[in-house]
Structures are given as C-alpha cells and as structure tokens.
Design a protein around this ligand. Structure first.
Ligand code: OMP
Length: 272
C-alpha cells in the first residue's frame, strides 16, 4: 500500500496524529541496557511493541544506528515493524540530498535495503536530487521546509527577490511544480506554529511531519490547530520524551504512558 494510504488508514484506525521517533542512544537507555549498542534493536522493539496501537507512524533516525555500526539492527527493526505493525507506515529519517546518481543509491538504501514507506530529504540541491526517489512507486518523500531548530532561520527564513521566504518557496514547489504524482510531504517544526500555519496555507493537503513537541518544547495543541485539516494528514513526532520516559525495566510502559498522553492532547486539540 502507498505511504499516503497507509498514513491515512493508521491515523483513522488508531485515532492518532502521533509519530514516535526511534532515536536510540545507548547512553540514555534504561539501566539494564545502558551503554550497550548491541541492545539497540531490543530497546526499539520494546518501544514499538508498547506504542504501536497509539501512533500513525514511526520514524527511525538513521544516524542513531549508523553511529554505532548498527545498520543491521535498523534492518532488523524495519522488518520487525512490518511484521508486528504492518498497518503503521515507517518514515526513515535520513535527510538525504545529493546529485542524481548518488541520490539513486540513497533511494535504494531507503526503499530497497530498509524498505521504508517514506524518507526525509533535503530539497537544497533541487528537483533532480529528489527525482530518483520518485521511481519507487507509492513511497513518500518528505522535504525539509521549516525545521524545528533555531538555526533553521539562517537559510529558510531568508527573503527571496519576490519577498517570499525560502521555506515558503519550498512549500509552494512541493505543493505544485515538484509534486508530480502527489507523493511529497514537508517537514515543519512544532516550534514555529506561525510558519506551520503558513505552510498549511501554501500546501493545504500535503502530509506534514512535525517534530519538536516533547524535548524541544513545541506546543502540541497549537501544532494541531495550525496544521490539522480533515483531508491533510500530519505526523507529530516525539522522540526523546517518549523513549526515555522511564529508566527501569518497565521503560516500555513508561514510554506508553507518555505516548498515550501526547496522543490524547493531539486528539483533544483536533476535536476542539
Ligand atoms: O526531519 C526530522 O525528523 C526533524 C526535522 C526537524 O526540523 N527537527 C527535528 O528535530 N527532526 C528530528 O525529529 C526528532 C526530534 O526528536 P526529539 O526532540 O527528541 O523529539 C529527531 O530525530 C530530529 O532529528
């Protein structure tokens, strides 16, 4: 099934706008697993088990695996999620961006090696750096637009000759000229609710990946008010606040509680 359809179905079935980010950092693991990179799969699998009915997506961040030579554990995790939660789409957060011939390898990595449903990409190198990913039918391409970090303003908030900010231009391209077969989405930080609303104006139906609630302090309810539309899916990502909610052997149930509370906040804002 295509990424867009999986996301719409999981949002509906699980009544959730929550994306749990899988950013495994062994030094932050609960005590019995702490500091052991060989436990990355085990840690993430328990988080998946305990949250899979509460989310509309999962988002593993590739750097947390590669940094520990744990790509094999990422492969194992992707296969595990497909097996235990086949109705939940997985966004591989890789933020790739390169010339076409190299992008072909990155696309193969995301969609053949890891079998992700969608991947995050930097649009900075232009459309020909995005095009190779479009060869994979049904897969989602989620472009960085207005990122959650303070330094995101350095480039994304620059004004172009027509007065538009660079992030607005990216949103316009993703909703229009670049969106040849309706498979693009955008990353917009929860830390910038005004820009989130502006992106929603420019791209009324695109899926949005919205990181920045939880550890980065973004307001979950304001995020939903700015970005949610009945026909426009959103994935509100929380990673550290969920993953490291508990430090004991019951860490997965502590993670579930935080995921449940975040999902509830998002749902209440959606119904308000
Ligand atoms: O593309 C992303 O996922 C992303 C974009 C962005 O603008 N800001 C951002 O924090 N992220 C990712 O979202 C996750 C946020 O993690 P927490 O701050 O722990 O919830 C990390 O995996 C980041 O790499």
């Amino acid at each position: 099934m295509s990424f867009n359809r999986l996301l719409a179905a999981a949002t509906h079935r699980h009544e959730s706008l929550l994306c749990v980010g899988l950013d495994p950092e062994p030094s932050k693991f609960p005590e019995h697993l702490r500091g052991d990179p060989s436990k990355i799969f085990e840690f993430c699998a328990r988080i998946v088990d305990s949250t899979k009915d509460l989310v509309n997506s999962f988002k593993p961040q590739i750097a947390y695996f590669a940094a520990h030579r744990a790509e094999d554990q990422l492969e194992e995790l992707m296969a595990y999620i497909r097996r235990v939660a086949p109705d939940v789409p997985v966004v591989l957060d890789a933020k790739r961006g390169d010339i076409g011939s190299t992008a072909e390898q990155y696309a193969r990595e995301a969609f053949v090696r890891y079998q992700a449903d969608a991947v995050t990409l930097s649009p900075y190198m232009g459309f020909d750096s995005i095009e190779p990913y479009l060869k994979y039918d049904g897969k989602g391409l989620i472009l960085l637009c207005r990122t959650s970090n303070p330094g995101g303003s350095d480039l994304q908030f620059q004004q172009l000759a027509n007065g538009e900010h660079l992030y607005e231009h990216v949103a316009r391209l993703a909703a229009g000229a670049w969106n040849r077969d309706q498979r693009l989405g955008l990353v917009v930080g929860a830390t910038f609710p005004n820009e989130l609303a502006r992106v929603r104006e420019l791209a009324p139906t695109l899926p949005l990946l919205i990181p920045g609630v939880g550890a980065q302090g973004g307001d979950a309810a304001a995020t939903v008010r700015a970005a949610w539309r009945p026909d426009a899916p959103i994935m509100v990502n929380s990673s550290r606040a969920v993953l490291y909610a508990g430090q004991g052997e019951d860490f997965a149930s502590a993670a579930r509680q935080v995921a449940q509370a975040t999902r509830q906040t998002l749902q209440l804002a959606r119904k308000a």
